[in-house]
Design a protein around this ligand. Structure first.
Ligand code: KG4
Ligand code: ZN
Length: 397
């Protein structure tokens, strides 16, 4: 390790063995114990999609972690005209904004870089230009301050969030459901995940966004489709519930938008257009189909876990949908498992989840290392078969 530049292990004598452990400086001292015994304050940096985010999280040795700051600068306005996230524009915006967002997070938290125990940065999966921007900044800060650096999988950030907000034990079942993700994960530890299934094509948030576009509703599509659906009849249009006849908990949402397009076009052909009520009914039918697929597949996933999980947790923008949330709550009540939905600002992309994942990893004994690369694809469960799906916000795993 001699000559390594994590800032604290530089050693002029190339023959001496220098521990990479920033807590103890000894080759084999139990790393996790050292990390458990002290308060950890971490800076998290997130730039894998279209949110530039930085946060500071402090975790005392015992007691609840505290989010000292969480800054999220979205890019919706920059991509609006293109009907989806444009990777090049996203990367440029991250590069321009990251410095300011990190500064704001530190100022809001009232801490300086020297107060940090480590920096945690999203190293993938996501749009590679944005990921690289975050990783380069984190590397620079860590090297300049002699701080340990942790490469965090963005999906692990989402998957570990329930333990940032609630005192739950492993293993729990996580449904990640957003514009870019849709998968069931059995979370067994900070570094141990089993993917039970997920979408084989579009993510549900993406389907909501496309539906809104087809019906002339504003983006992001989820909230606008939900608002219309509230006033609609979910039984008037019966949209397909794909893969319900297939075993396991894989899902498909791409056929749904085609069915919706056909229903809309049939109305246009028949009446020359669609009425306000037609639109509400189309939204209600669409939302009912998504909710039913998610609910039935969640019941399957719960049955597949083996050991009963401590909770069913959801994350991602789609988890904000009241109809979907209500169905998931019913499913978990029927299975006798507590339902847990972190506050929306922690369900959607943010950097507090990245800082927290860093804390969890340190405490699990994962050694910080500068020896990593930014990855566009990075499945949490390396043993699971690759998913076909991508999602409009870039392939996630
Ligand atoms: O987690 P998120 O902020 O970003 C990622 O996709 O990573 O999720 C955004 C997605 C969008 O597709 C949006 O339409 C959807 O979540 N969404 C909703 C609702 N609010 C946001 N979908 C359904 N119902 C909602 N109320
Ligand atoms: Zn995300």
């Amino acid at each position: 390790m001699s000559g390594e530049t994590d800032g604290r292990t530089l050693d002029p004598n190339p023959d001496r063995i220098v521990s990479p452990c920033p807590w103890c400086y000894l080759p084999e001292t139990p790393h996790a114990t050292a990390a458990m015994d002290r308060t950890l304050t971490l800076l998290g940096i997130e730039s894998s999609c279209d949110d530039t985010a930085a946060a500071v999280v402090r975790a005392p040795p015992d007691g609840f972690p505290v989010i000292l700051s969480s800054e999220v600068l979205g890019q919706t306005g920059l991509h609006e005209a293109f009907g989806g996230v444009v990777p090049e524009i996203a990367a440029r915006a991250h590069a321009e904004r990251l410095d300011g967002v990190v500064e704001a997070a530190l100022a809001q938290a009232g801490v300086g870089l020297r107060d940090l125990a480590a920096i945690a940065v999203t190293a993938g999966p996501g749009l590679i230009g944005g990921v690289l921007s975050g990783v380069m900044l984190a590397r620079g800060l860590a090297a300049a301050q002699g701080l340990p650096l942790l490469a965090i999988n963005h999906l692990a950030g989402h998957a570990l969030t329930p333990r940032l907000t609630d005192a739950i034990d492993f293993p729990y079942l996580m449904l990640l459901v957003s514009g870019g993700h849709c998968q069931f994960l059995l979370v067994k530890g900070p570094d141990s995940f089993t993917r039970l299934g997920g979408t084989i094509d579009d993510a549900p948030g993406e389907a909501f966004d496309k539906t809104a576009k087809l019906l002339g509703l504003p983006q992001p599509g989820g909230p606008s489709v939900e608002a219309e659906a509230l006033l609609g009849d979910p039984l008037r249009f019966r949209f397909p519930r794909p893969l319900l006849d297939r075993e396991g908990c894989d899902m498909s949402f791409s056929g749904l938008k085609t069915a919706l397009l056909r229903a809309r076009d049939a109305l246009v052909a028949e009446k020359g257009g669609i009425t306000v009520q037609d639109r509400r009914d189309l939204c209600a039918g669409f939302q009912a189909a998504v909710a039913e697929v998610l609910a039935k597949k969640t019941a399957r996933a719960l049955a597949m876990t083996g050991t009963p999980p401590t909770a069913l947790a959801v994350a991602g923008g789609v988890a904000a949908n009241k109809a979907i949330r209500a169905m998931l709550e019913t499913v978990s009540a029927l299975a006798g498992v507590p339902f847990l939905a972190p506050p929306l600002r922690l369900c959607t992309d943010n950097a507090a989840m990245i800082a927290w994942a860093g804390i969890e990893r340190l405490r699990a004994g994962v050694r910080p290392s500068t020896d990593f690369v930014a990855r566009p694809r990075w499945p949490l469960d390396g043993t699971a078969l690759a998913m076909l799906g991508s999602g409009k916000k870039g392939a996630k795993a």
